[in-house]
Design a protein around this ligand. Structure first.
Ligand code: ADQ
Length: 455
């Protein structure tokens, strides 16, 4: 059996120092790595001279991390990944920074990854590269003479052609994707946008069976939506820790309906627009005051990037304004919390909520929407209000789908969700739950690796 080699910017496999470092992705990939005697390569998150990878095996999973020089972190990670590709791929041209050094840093680090990793690859290894930071890595590995089956999965959206061509080196970036054998996207929509680029900008052709040809090179391009570790999350939702969080929420709600938002503090998540939508709800439904409250949990991320400092300051001030304008002596309409919670506690909080408010302006998938669905009580589920611009909307189409830019749309959906009968809530929730359960993160991993194995 071939080994599986996973390569991502950061490694989230559990290690002896961080045995609990588990998200859905780590769980799915760790299980595959364990079965296939594989290795997970990536950046350690530390700055320093890059040497040989630091191999560690914990709980049957081997991870191999390297340090990166400070300048590389600034240009490749803070720069090209966080200030160029992330905003551009989330349709935020105004926030996108185009600096030649950033692109140079990205190429340098991708080459470095290739140089360091290639000697550890065996000829029949299956290699699976993750996300926008490492698009050029496949090409770098081919330059090292590797002929292995090579796959790439993009966790974020693929931008429209006219937007992508704003990137000076767009053609070089997309050419690099043709070094892979299989390229995976979260949804049909991103896959079709990619097809559009291939046809318009590269003169390529789209064949049957997901094959895409440019010049003499044909690759397979698939849509393969990521899921959550559904079994774990369903079990989490009734665990002791979840029960405790649930009870804490119910007691502090004193009969009011909880609306929950959980997001990394990122401008793509539409938090400001969500607060505006909630404010519109409060302005236009004075009778409903004191019957609801919004709990927004948003741990800060990428704090060294200016656009993240700006959005954080804006949310601080907007949450203060909303509470200043609407709070009463015994009611605070918005609880805004900048902290992380254990996954089981989050499950209990989701279960206590009447509404899950998930309103990204663009999102590759959005796992919070799926976690919210998985955590609900089947007899009395809450209502998911979901942005139509999240990848998850393709699968979770019985949610209340809204336009996150419209405060009225958000306000109306809150109204509708609060008034919804139990029958309708169950009828909307059930197909979403079945989808989340069946198309889990394990299903996603198989969907991708099966496709790669067929090469
Ligand atoms: P992210 O942009 O990070 O992921 P998302 O899919 O929502 O977004 O995942 C966030 C994860 O962080 C969820 O599992 C959530 O529970 C967790 N989380 C958020 N706030 C938390 C808190 N306060 N405490 C604890 N946990 C918290 C990128 C893409 C997405 C894509 C994923 C996976 O941007 O579109 O779904 O990768 O491919």
């Amino acid at each position: 059996m071939s080994r599986l080699i996973v390569i991502s910017n950061r490694v989230s496999a559990p290690t002896a120092d961080k045995p609990g470092a588990q998200g859905g992705l780590a769980v799915a990939l760790s299980a595959a790595l364990r079965e296939a005697d594989g290795v997970w390569f990536g950046w350690s998150g530390e700055t320093g001279e890059t040497g040989e990878p630091n191999f560690q095996t914990f709980d049957g999973v081997t991870s191999a991390t390297i340090d990166l020089p400070e300048q590389d972190v600034e240009e490749y990670y803070d720069g090209y990944a966080n200030r160029t590709l992330w905003p551009l791929f989330h349709y935020r041209l105004g926030l996108t920074e185009f600096e030649r050094e950033f692109q140079g840093g990205s190429e340098r680090v991708n080459r470095l990854f290739g140089d360091v990793i290639a000697p550890h690859i065996q000829s029949d290894d299956l290699i699976w590269v993750h996300d926008y930071h490492l698009i050029p890595l496949g090409w770098m590995l081919r330059q090292q003479g590797l002929t292995n089956r090579l796959g790439f999965f993009l966790h974020i959206p693929w931008p429209p052609t006219r937007l992508l061509t704003a990137l000076p080196e767009h053609r070089r970036l997309v050419d690099a994707l043709f070094a892979y054998d299989v390229v995976g996207f979260q949804t049909r929509e991103w896959l079709e946008t990619f097809h559009d680029y291939v046809v318009r900008e590269m003169g390529g052709s789209i064949g049957e069976d997901d094959l895409v040809t440019v010049g003499g090179r044909t690759i397979r391009v698939i849509a393969c939506p990521i899921g959550i570790d559904a079994d774990e999350f369903i079990a989490n939702a009734t665990s002791e820790q979840a029960q405790a969080a649930y009870t804490r929420m119910v007691e502090s709600s004193i009969g009011r309906s909880l609306i929950i938002g959980v997001d990394r503090l990122d401008y793509s998540k539409g938090l400001e627009e969500r607060f505006n939508g909630y404010q519109r709800y409060l302005e236009t439904r004075p009778d409903a005051h004191a019957n609801v409250y919004l709990l927004q949990i948003a741990p800060p991320s990428r704090a060294t990037v200016e656009s993240y400092q700006i959005i954080r300051a804006q949310l601080d001030s907007l949450s203060g304004r909303i509470n200043g304008a609407f709070a009463d002596v015994d009611w605070v309409p918005l609880r805004y919390v900048n902290q992380s919670y254990p996954r089981a506690a989050l499950a209990g909080i989701y279960r206590a909520a009447r509404i899950g408010l998930v309103t990204p302006l663009r999102d590759g998938m959005n796992l919070v929407a799926k976690e919210f669905v998985a955590a609900q009580d089947p007899e009395d589920p809450g209502v998911l209000i979901l942005s139509r611009f999240a990848g998850a909307a393709e699968q979770l189409d019985s949610a209340l789908l809204i336009n996150p830019y419209s405060p009225d749309d958000i306000a109306d959906a809150i109204d509708k969700a609060l008034a919804m009968s139990r029958e309708e809530r169950v009828a909307r929730w059930r197909p979403m739950f079945e989808n989340v359960r069946d198309e889990s993160v394990i299903w996603w991993r198989r969907c991708f690796t099966d496709s790669l194995m067929r090469v």
